[in-house]
Ligand binder design. Structure first.
Ligand SMILES: [Zn+2]
Length: 260
């Protein structure tokens, strides 16, 4: 089986060139041959890998296959809030322990080898509500920097349906300290999505869902100020900007930016 794996890695051939992308964005890498480990799409007879870039706040160079990728930072803006009750800013030792355990559980689920292949990168918007907080926003509480917002917040009323943006398999359904009622979907080819603060979860671990199928409803569970969906998208281990994926003409823009 080992040789089979090596065979498939070498079965693909990447057109070596340099790429420029932005923090949390994507690049389309022209390829020939077959692989199931990365999402692939075709346009005008050319096949591409869709590679998700990490969030960076300084210009960063990556090396993928034989290509050099320059990832430029983006000014996503910031939000500053002041909370006078410090007990609300810092969770209790017990809650910190719980949330650390839950982060570990999430990492473990995301790192499991998937046997699924993503046959499409054409994402549906999981809820109809407007964007209330964009990806990449820097956050400060009482002037102290917190982790940037590496997800997209979409507005909704309690009970609004949340749908699967692509075909996938449910790999986690749980209640987490920060995320509240929480679902993770595996879409194959290293694409995962997660859904936080849900009111109801209508699926179970191991269940396959089809694109457009309802997986639960918008809620305000966990650490939130009001009902919304906090939607996280992972590509090749990076938390990418979900807004890009639901923009009209996303693929055309991407291929246009990195022409042959
Ligand atoms: Zn959020």
């Amino acid at each position: 089986m080992k040789y089979f794996a090596f065979c498939c890695l070498f079965a693909i051939s990447v057109v070596a060139k340099d790429f420029v992308g932005e923090s949390g964005g994507f690049i389309a890498i022209p390829v020939t041959g077959e692989t199931t480990t990365m999402p692939t799409f075709s346009t005008n007879g050319q096949k591409f890998h869709l590679y998700g870039l990490p969030y960076v706040d300084v210009q960063t160079e990556l090396s993928i296959f034989d290509s050099k990728i320059t990832v430029n930072p983006v000014d996503f803006g910031e939000s500053r809030i002041t909370i006078t009750n410090t007990a609300l800013v810092t969770p209790s030792a017990e809650d910190q322990k719980r949330s650390a355990q839950e982060s570990k559980q999430l990492r473990s689920v995301l790192s499991r080898k998937s046997n699924l292949t993503a046959h499409s990168v054409d994402f549906l918007r999981p809820v109809t509500g407007v964007i209330t907080s964009r990806y990449g926003k820097k956050r400060f509480i009482n002037d102290l920097p917190r982790a940037p917002h590496l997800a997209l917040d979409l507005d909704g009323e309690i009970g609004d349906p949340i749908i699967a943006p692509l075909d996938g398999k449910v790999i986690l359904v749980d209640n987490f300290f920060y995320a509240g009622n929480f679902i993770v979907l595996d879409h194959g080819s290293s694409i995962f999505t997660s859904y936080s603060h849900m009111h109801s979860t209508d699926v179970v671990v191991g269940q396959y869902v089809t694109k457009g199928e309802k997986i639960g409803t918008v809620g305000s569970t966990g650490r939130v100020t009001g009902p919304h969906l906090h939607w996280t998208v992972y590509f090749n281990g990076n938390r990418v900007n979900p807004e890009k994926l639901i923009e009209d003409g996303f693929i055309d823009t991407l291929v246009g930016e990195n022409p042959e």
